[in-house]
Design a protein around this ligand. Structure first.
Ligand code: UDP
Length: 333
């Protein structure tokens, strides 16, 4: 029978979609999450949820044995860039030190495959866009460094021990499960599409446009938005690739390779709801690059990945459907 997959951070935004994608493809799953930013309701019925710390070696050893874990998908971590600038040691602790403990527990238990949630923030402000994996890594904040350091630990560990790994560097993750089984639930989220659908539903008054003088066609920032369910599917394919070739590790960008400006995103939201949201021209945010677009060549050559939702309007529609569902969940509880 198939081994079970341990998803850390499985009660969070991307992790919960990975749980759905794994289950949809027939993989048994267990979740470990300390519920600091995740939600119990994001973990489907029937999936064992261990409420605890990814650095708790005793708990991990018990989960590995009781659940028959054969691989780890590691999403748990802190992701707020400005917070990482204010509290760098918290980020190195949560993302780097605790990942080290998790990797050590995996090695000790003979877990052979490890998939890691990394980020385009490892590139910093790239010299050129689209960005290829081999380009210089020069994070401009502790968040990016905390993830890059974990990638390095995985590379060194895979070279020394019987483990292979896949690091997936996400571009701008957005949208929600097409069946509205999960979505972005964090209160006070700052990501553009989340903020825009909140505004569309009257949960906030307006959307600020952070910078209108960027070196882009319309002056606003350009990003490569990837649907969270396509991203989750890439994780399952990466897992299957690691199992098929246990000597091979890989690092891959996750994006579609095309960018949309802030104005194009807001236009899409207006189009989908058929009602304009109020826009407020605002100053640039510190550390935002003009454009950040992935070169997706490597993932397309490496995995049989066929994105199903590579369409801005679909991303927005699913984000909006989840935002409505979230209001119902909040009213019930
Ligand atoms: N952005 C914006 N208003 C917002 C949030 C974001 O204009 O309320 C812009 C931001 O400057 C960037 C793009 O939207 O150009 C995506 O930002 P987000 O915070 O979603 O992701 P990031 O690329 O910073 O990881």
């Amino acid at each position: 029978s198939k081994p079970s997959i341990l998803v850390t951070g499985g009660a969070g935004y991307i992790g919960s979609h990975a749980v759905l994608a794994l289950r949809d493809r027939g993989w048994p799953v267990a979740v470990i999450d300390n519920l600091s930013t995740g939600f119990r309701f994001a973990v489907p019925e029937g999936v064992p949820l261990y409420e605890g710390d990814i650095a708790d070696g005793e708990l991990l050893a018990r989960i590995f044995a009781d659940q028959g874990i054969g691989a780890i998908m590691h999403f748990a971590g802190s992701i707020v860039v400005p917070e990482s600038v204010e509290r760098p040691l918290d980020y190195y602790h949560n993302n780097t030190v605790k990942s080290r403990a998790l990797i050590a527990a995996a090695v000790a238990a003979g877990i052979r495959h490890f998939i890691f949630s990394s980020t385009a923030a490892t590139y910093g402000i790239p010299e050129t866009s689209p960005v290829r994996e081999g380009m210089p890594k020069a994070p401009i904040n502790p968040y990016g460094w905390s993830k890059l350091m974990t990638e390095q630990m995985l590379a060194d560990t895979a070279a020394a021990h019987d483990m292979n790994y896949c690091a997936l560097r996400y571009f701008n993750v957005a949208g929600a499960d097409p069946e509205a089984r999960s979505g972005q639930s964090t209160a006070g989220a700052t990501h553009l599409i989340k903020v825009a659908v909140e505004a569309a539903l009257g949960k906030r008054n307006s959307v600020s446009i952070f910078g209108t003088d960027y070196d882009t066609p319309d002056g606003t920032g350009v990003r490569d938005y990837i649907h969270v369910s396509d991203l989750a599917a890439a994780h399952v394919l990466a897992l299957e690739a690691l199992m098929a070739e246990p000597e091979r590790s890989m690092t891959m960008n996750c994006g579609y390779g095309r960018g949309f400006s802030v104005l194009e995103v807001l236009d899409a939201v207006d189009r989908v709801t058929n009602r304009p949201i109020e826009r407020v021209m605002s100053p640039r945010r510190a550390g935002d690059p003009d454009a950040l677009i992935s070169d997706p060549s490597r993932i397309r050559e490496t995995l049989p990945w066929k994105p199903q939702h590579a369409d801005l309007d679909i991303i927005v529609r699913h984000a909006l459907a989840w935002e409505r569902r979230l209001s119902e969940i909040r009213e019930d509880s």
